[in-house]
Design a protein around this ligand. Sequence first.
Ligand SMILES: *Cc1c(COP(=O)(O)O)cnc(C)c1O
Length: 357
Amino acid sequence: MSQEERVWTRRAIELLQADGQRSADTHLVKLDFVGLPGISIYLKDESTHPTGSLKHRLARSLFLYGICNGRIRKGTALVEASSGSTAVSEAYFARLLDLPFTAVMPRSTSQQKVDAITALGGRCHFVDNASQVYEVAEAIAAEAGGYYLDQFTYAERATDWRGNNNIADSMFRQMSGEAQPVPDWVVMSAGTGGTSATIGRYIRYRNLETRLCVVDVEGSAFYDAWQSGDMSITASGSRIEGIGRPRVEPSFIPGVVDQMIQVPDAASIAAARVLSERLFRRVGGSTGTNFMGVLCLASLAKARGEQGAFVTLVCDSGDRYSNSYYNDDWLKAQGIDIAPWRARIEAFLDRGVGGFM
Ligand SMILES: *Cc1c(COP(=O)(O)O)cnc(C)c1O
């Protein structure tokens, strides 16, 4: 490495660390429901990062990983395959380091995410099918002599799961003052699988009694692969942005997952809407999936007469989905009827009636 490159690398790492220094930890919000006495539900709110989702953490880690491996240098053209949230965060860091950035995304990606990427100076390249993003991103990077950030491969290894301020460490530290400081379950959906890998590894590393449940969605390969052990399974692709993948991503680590649940998209969207009303602000579709997973496990605990503590994430804000999950015309066009799910969820939360398993 030349002296000039050394200077650039040192400056780049300083800038990334300074962004970390300016960041505050995200809140762990506790929710109480009249119908669920003895059941504590916590939401770690990742929507408050500067780029609006949990991907702010991942993007910073992926940039540090690429720079420290000598792959990201002054002027390196960066390319990513994304369903949008990661690309927003990466566009932010690319601008911070004055590097060109191209996002390869499905055409269905929400307009709000496309606008955010463009406003941050990134370029958007669209593909018709979610399963095409990998190949196209790799080809664009190769052609430009650039670097494919490849979140789906590197998420699990770019994140330091042992501690020093990862999401798991933060979440468990924030639980320390609670009546039940070690939750029964952490519930998380999977996109790259990186967050569930970090949480699952951390649980084992710290010898915690907590179990990890991964909630999957329609059109995703993760659930069937985990059930059957066949990691070569593929699927059509998910309507819930950020989660559910057409293939089992390399960053999904099945060995750390204690249980998987698959929920219908109508349930995810109904749960997102009900939760938004209770939080007084909109959450994204994947947060609805997470909340639905919590309700499944909580209804099991309730049926057994047990108490319980459950932790999950607000992954991003619902403001990004005003044209889809929060638009009744979009739901109709997709053939999704959320009314029966909404009624069941409300009956459960408010009257303790019914269940989901
Ligand atoms: C990426 C993402 C997830 C899933 O997180 P992973 O760590 O990639 O598994 C959930 N929701 C949203 C909105 C996301 O962008």
